[in-house]
Design a binder for this molecule. Structure first.
Ligand code: NAD
Length: 345
């Protein structure tokens, strides 16, 4: 009863990370591929044994509707295309697994959720850290108050992007990537700040910067940082950049110690320790299982009608917070938030 996936978009993440991991999944397999490149369809289709009548161009996507071998579509396209293709997936009667971030606006997220409800199909956002042993252990430790009461959270996700322009690289195009590093990479820190504290912020203030005369940042921001206040009184600082040396960490400081995750949400190589009087290093498992477990979680939800840990509603919540961060950066004012993340006033 394995779930058949149509992979939509054969880019770097699909080809190098997700497609090879289907072999490790128990209940998921690649049933079809969709790409704009006929040569890639042939080469990738042959490599994964995809039947020739299940290799489609984007124009022929709707043919999957009548194909009983396909239960779900996995959207691995540039972010600005997620909403359109998720909605087309539902229109074809399929369940939808959508890469992060869910879309570029909360309005698009709402359209995607509504389309899934109308079609009575599942929608999951591919937030792989929810299936990764280090992050799962970190959530458990924070719930058990392993460092006392949480006071401070810091996250940073950065790398230095090579010379490029919006025409060459979708990650620097506003239409396809929104404001840039926050949606793409900083979202891991945003997610960690939420799942490690178990709270939603009630106030956000932010700064976003775009240097003049740099083709990389003609349309997107180079750096975005924000400061959050949670109802408990805990405070978070999040920073993300496409123009500083690589990092990906999350730190939580409580009354009795600190949780240090560095790197926090990588594909592999996670490190995690607690700094306190009886501090210790944690090695809860191989991060590599996150990819296949994510696929099986979605497959179980499709087959057994079980709840999804990272549903469209979570993706929507995160887009609301991203919108609040940009609103504060734009206006220079602190933004107040309702408990669902929507802006007050
Ligand atoms: P990529 O540039 O490597 O691949 C994008 C693919 O989309 C390419 O095959 C490209 O040909 C295709 N495409 C179709 N229409 C396009 C258009 N109009 N403009 C540009 N490309 C178009 O990107 P990627 O790194 O594979 O990212 C794809 C998605 O996966 C993004 O949403 C990204 O956020 C997500 N992603 C997630 C993770 C993760 O760890 N979960 C990691 C990387 C990327």
């Amino acid at each position: 009863d394995s779930v058949g996936f149509a992979i939509v978009g054969l880019g770097g993440y699909a080809l190098n990370q997700m497609m090879p991991r289907f072999a490790q999944a128990e209940r998921a397999h690649i049933a079809a591929i969709v790409s704009g490149n006929p040569e890639k369809l042939r080469r990738v289709g042959d490599a994964y044994g995809v039947p020739t009548d299940a290799r489609h161009s984007y124009e022929a996507f709707e043919k999957i509707a009548s194909d009983k071998r396909i239960d779900a579509v996995y959207i691995v396209l540039p972010t600005g295309l997620h909403a359109e293709w998720a909605i087309r997936g539902f229109a074809a009667g399929k369940h939808v697994l959508c890469e992060k971030p869910m879309a570029l606006s909360s309005a698009d997220c709402e359209r995607m959720i509504a389309a899934g409800r109308r079609a009575k199909r599942k929608l999951m956002i591919a937030y792989r850290s929810h299936f990764e042993p280090y992050n799962l252990e970190a959530m458990r430790l924070m719930e058990q108050k392993a460092i006392g009461t949480i006071r401070l959270v810091r996250t940073e996700q950065s790398y230095r992007m090579g010379p490029t322009s919006p025409g060459e690289n979708w990650r620097t195009s506003r239409a396809l990537a929104g404001g840039g590093p926050l949606e793409d990479y900083g979202i891991y820190g945003l997610q960690a700040a939420l799942y490690l504290t178990g709270e939603m912020p009630q106030r956000i203030s932010a700064t976003a910067f775009r240097p003049a005369g740099d083709a990389r940042f003609a349309e997107i921001f180079a750096h975005v940082s924000s400061q959050w206040l949670f109802p408990s009184g805990a405070v978070a600082q999040l920073a993300t950049s496409y123009d500083s040396a690589g990092t990906n960490f999350a730190q939580v400081r409580g009354t009795d110690g600190a949780l240090i995750m560095d790197p926090a949400t990588s594909y592999a190589g996670q490190k995690m320790r607690i700094e306190s009087r009886d501090g210790r290093e944690f090695t809860p498992g191989d991060p590599d299982v996150q990819f296949a477990r994510q696929l099986d979680h979605f497959a179980n939800a499709v087959r057994d009608n079980t709840a999804i840990k990272t549903p469209g509603e979570m993706g929507l919540r995160d887009l609301r917070l991203i919108e609040a961060i940009y609103a504060s950066a734009r206006t220079g004012r602190t933004v107040g938030l309702a408990s669902d993340g929507s802006m007050l006033g």
